[in-house]
Design a protein around this ligand. Structure first.
Ligand code: ATP
Ligand code: MG
Length: 297
């Protein structure tokens, strides 16, 4: 198994258009079949993490392109663990991680992209969104009563609101891409049964109890509505400049491998290199060296 093989596998999960995308065709238990061997997965992940760590300083030094990775998933799908492992080799100074929770009063007093725009990474940085603007067409769509807190004028809260939001999100990401953002969106796709097992593990293991929330159990009743919302959201916003990766999530090791490779592939595609040092700059550097060497002692 080489990174090239992983790349080929990754193509299966990369969605760039609505046409032909059906979430139900994506198997959460998929682990690449014979292609990847679990025993070599640790070494492959370490290799991916290393390559990402090598590319990140180039992104930082060129100070122009920006990477934005959005993570969406049902509860217990492994967003936190994936982010932790994939980013483990990268210099924290070049990364900005934001977890988007239920919006508070100040956030609800603004349009929904306000808080998102405030957390966009600076040029040369990698931004990680743990949940994102997509919550506005996922949880809010599944629980439309949440719209009542959003202070929308009645005339702007009509039947087409979800289509309009999806159009606006697609347009926002197009804008970001034109501004030099590399936009990647990950849906960690676990099965309902796998979620149940992970919740049970949280209940069974005292160390994991803190992660358990009874509200999460209630959300399971809306599983199908969430899947329908994900189907629409992914189809409406998948684009070559802002692809979705529908990553099989039941095998955590496999999901992590796919995510790190997608990030590495996107950065490699930019052809990053260290900024060139001009002849004048080189002369200044040589002058600096002469001065240092001429110092006493
Ligand atoms: P964990 O793995 O720790 O549970 P989490 O991302 O689920 O991570 P929580 O604090 O449990 O974090 O939950 C955040 C909650 O906020 C989620 O239920 C999410 O749906 C909700 N949320 C996020 N954005 C919005 C939004 N714009 N409107 C309403 N709810 C939102
Ligand atoms: Mg949660």
């Amino acid at each position: 198994m080489t990174p090239k093989d992983i790349r080929r596998l990754l193509d299966r999960y990369r969605i760039t258009a609505a046409k032909g995308f059906h979430l139900r065709d994506h198997d959460p238990t998929d682990n690449g079949g014979d292609l990847v061997n679990h025993s070599e997965s640790e070494a492959l992940l370490a290799d991916g993490v290393r390559r990402l760590a090598e590319l990140q300083p180039l992104l930082y030094a060129q100070d122009s392109w920006t990477m934005l990775c959005t993570f969406q998933a049902m509860d217990a799908a492994g967003k936190d663990g994936t982010i932790k492992h994939v980013m483990s080799g990268v210099n924290p100074q070049g990364v900005q991680v934001t977890s988007f929770k239920q919006p508070g009063p100040e956030e609800l007093a603004h349009d929904y992209l306000w808080r998102i725009a405030r957390r966009l990474p600076e040029r040369g940085h990698i931004g990680i969104f743990n949940r994102s603007h997509y919550e506005e067409v996922l949880v809010v769509r599944v629980h439309p009563e949440l719209l009542q807190h959003q202070h929308l004028p009645v005339r702007r809260n009509g039947k087409k609101i979800w289509k309009h939001r999806l159009d606006d999100i697609a347009a926002f990401e197009k804008y970001l891409s034109r501004q030099g953002f590399v936009v990647l969106k990950f849906f960690l796709n676990i099965s309902r049964e796998e979620q149940k097992q992970r919740f049970l593990a949280r209940l069974d293991t005292p160390d994991k109890n803190w992660k358990f929330s009874s509200a999460d159990i209630a959300e399971r009743d809306h599983w199908d509505a969430y899947m329908a919302a994900y189907q629409d959201a992914i189809a409406a916003t998948a684009a070559p400049h802002a692809p979705w990766y529908v990553v099989p999530g039941n095998h955590k090791w496999f999901a992590r491998l796919m995510v790190v490779e997608a990030m590495v592939a996107a950065l490699e595609d930019l052809g990053l290199h260290l900024p060139e040092v001009s002849a004048e700059e080189r002369a200044r550097l040589a002058e600096g060296r002469r001065k240092l060497e001429a110092e006493d002692g």
